[in-house]
Ligand binder design. Structure first.
Ligand SMILES: Cc1ncc(COP(=O)(O)O)c(C=O)c1O
Length: 325
């Protein structure tokens, strides 16, 4: 099912997509008082499975804590709710968007009197930067917008408010004919893309900005740090100068939406050979091996959605019946 159909989980109930509504006077609409997650369910050879679901749930709770939001559900309940939503829609693979937000009560700036509401959306979403991007790479620019400065909006929280900055970065890049923008932090170091973490390779060493460079603690970023070390690469989390992007051998984005997307040029300067490089390819192979089920899930990163093939078929039939109604 495409974006805009199926069931949505809202405050404990599954409702039709068209009924998943909030009031325009909800606090989140006016003040960006929401935190959210973006995760993926993959169709592996062993059946559908969510990638690093406990880590996504944990980051959601961390984001909520930073914003003093007490979820009315436990981590286990949220995990089950994600799995229930996927099953209710009969998805084999999908994108998962849980959101925790301040709802309808008053419109004073203080969110505390407003309820903490929770919803989970799912839909089928392909490659965020286009199907060819994984192989061909994308052209990006360094943004004229700076990423969130320390002690302004916290970047350890995946807050809806942070995405006003992301939208400025993305709109500028697209308006100028680029696929994406890379923002610098308030001190001029390389930070991240509008919705992606960044890795740079030079002379066989892999660099990525530290969490203190105003980056989201990406779950794909963490997975790539693990896989790259396992492949024997030296990996350094350290500040990156803008000009390293121009003289790098390879640069790539990571994220749930983009997975591992090579960057072939920055500011119209060709990166390395201008196409996906060997290190990026080796890391892609390791990552996609796990999420397709072709390589063993040695880290326990996959949470099965359906306990058996029969259960999967039953859920798909139930979802088709709901759709046909
Ligand atoms: C600003 C930003 N940075 C990085 C990422 C990558 O994080 P993850 O790998 O957890 O999807 C995302 C995507 O959620 C993001 O929005």
């Amino acid at each position: 099912m495409a974006f805009g159909s199926g069931k949505v989980w809202m405050n404990g109930s599954l409702v039709d997509w068209s009924d998943a509504k909030i009031h325009v006077a909800s606090h989140v609409v006016h003040y960006g008082s929401g935190v959210f997650e973006g995760a993926r369910c993959y169709q592996t050879k062993q059946g559908s499975a969510c990638f690093r679901l406990p880590e996504h749930v944990e980051r959601l709770f961390a984001s909520a804590k930073i914003y003093r939001m007490d979820l009315p559900y436990t981590r286990e309940m949220m995990t089950d709710a994600v799995l229930d939503t996927i099953r209710a829609n009969g998805y084999k693979s999908c994108y998962i968007r849980p959101i925790v937000y301040r709802g309808y009560h008053t419109l004073g700036v203080n969110p505390a009197p407003c309820p903490v509401d929770v919803a989970i959306l799912t839909w089928e979403w392909g490659q965020y930067l286009g199907d060819e991007a994984l192989e061909q790479g994308v052209d990006v620019r360094v943004s004229s917008w700076t990423r969130l400065a320390p002690n302004t909006l916290p970047t350890l929280a995946k807050s809806t408010a942070n995405y006003a900055n992301s939208a400025l970065i993305k709109m500028e890049a697209v308006a100028d004919g680029y696929a994406e923008g890379i923002a610098l932090d308030a001190f001029g170091h390389v930070s991240e893309g509008s919705g992606e973490n960044l890795f740079v390779i030079r002379n066989g060493i892999i660099y990525t900005p530290p969490l203190s460079a105003s980056v989201l603690p990406g779950i794909t970023r963490d997975s790539i740090l693990t896989l790259a070390r396992e492949l024997g690469y030296t990996v350094r989390e350290e500040h990156i100068a803008r000009e390293l992007l121009y003289v790098a051998d390879e640069v790539f984005f990571t994220g749930t939406a983009v997975e591992i997307t090579p960057i072939r040029s920055v500011d119209r300067q060709v990166v390395g050979a201008g196409r996906r490089g060997p290190v990026t390819e080796a890391i892609q192979r390791a990552f996609f091996g796990i999420v397709t089920g072709e390589r063993p899930d040695t880290h326990g990163w996959l949470t099965p959605v359906y306990t058996s093939r029969a259960a999967a078929a039953e859920a798909a039939n139930a979802a088709a019946a709901v759709k046909g109604r």
